[in-house]
Design a protein around this ligand. Sequence first.
Ligand code: NZQ
Ligand code: ZN
Length: 389
Amino acid sequence: MLGNFSYCNPTKLYFGSDALNYLNAELPKYGKNIVLIYGGGSIKKNGIYDEVVKILKDNGKNVAEIAGVMPNPTVDKLYEGIEIARKHQADFLLAVGGGSVCDYAKAVAVSVNCKEDPWDKYYIRAEEPDCEILPLGCVLTMAGTGSEMNAGSVITNPKTKQKIGHVFVDEKVMPRFAVLNPNYTLTLPHYQVMAGVYDIFSHICEQYFSGTDDNTSDYISEGLMRSVIHSGRIANKNTQDYEARSNIMWAATWALNTLIAKGKTTDWMVHMIGHSVGAYTNATHGMTLAAVSLPYYRYIMPYGLQKFKRFAINVWNVNPEGKSDEQVAEDGLQAMENWMKELTLVLKISELGVTEDMLEGIAKGTIILPGGYKVLTHDEIVKILKDAM
Ligand code: NZQ
Ligand code: ZN
């Protein structure tokens, strides 16, 4: 391990079928005025809304709501939520939903007391907050993004066709606590469950495929990947399997709570391309990643061959005997492709609504990061996108 780093993760987790009870322990720590933030209505159908509201009332809270936070939340929705939180003089934000709702709550938290335009400040200029940040908590209903235990927040601007994530440095942006009850994820449709499984897998790959040093983080990543592959297979056959779904939920949190990035440069180009695809199509996040991953990894494999070989052997049980390094590495990616097909993931961006005339714009909107095995050029991104069609 050659990197230098600091590590602190202040989010307290409550995991399991009785996790929501701990809201009663957390709520008294914050002021009376709470803004409850949720999505398009799934929590009303499955009863989570009623459970949460009862606990808020029992704790004597004065509750306002921001409802209708859409998947891939938009900047206009952010402006609307900031006004609601200001008017309510919010002391605390409670996000109940998936990554979109949790990311959105973070964006509101850093914006309520901010005098500048939050889109320009946080997403375009990637600045840190210099105002008071509202504390927030999360009741998670979809496993995938890891937003419940990190400081990431992704907002989409449909007008400029930009989807930008900011990973805040300030730990106050992270949820103070997160309630993780796997039962709450059981009403998700199969498509969303599989999108979440692949999002988790991709987060681990993004951190794993960087560096050449011997790094404990990579061994943790390999264990997490094996768990996600195994539980993903079970959940694909039966989305109601609690054991598999609880493993997926726990793996999602550890895949992106900064632990496995420690000592690593990290890649994130699958996400950068996937986000740009999302900005053009509003497609489900995990599926945008699935559709660009294989063309991307096949393209960069020669630049990180030894890591791809290790991935094949340690994650996919490829037998290296009598094979060239290239063959072992390709067998690993083939095993990954087979697993992705088994999970019925979307493997073509054309199936997500991308047309040929969008490719230049998607490539232009892709933020190029330097941490992986190859710093991509614009033309290389266009080539990868073409291969993903
Ligand atoms: O809006 P509702 O009605 O709640 O429906 C949602 C939504 O349509 C539904 N859903 C959630 N929980 C459910 C449920 N349906 C039935 N039963 C339940 N229990 O699922 C749909 C998708 O929800 P969403 O929150 O959009 O999914 P996800 O958790 O994948 O979040 C995606 C967003 O997170 C960002 C993505 O870019 C995207 O904007 N990301 C955030 C990251 C972070 N904070 O670190 C990292 C990720 O890489 C990602 O970029
Ligand atoms: Zn992701």
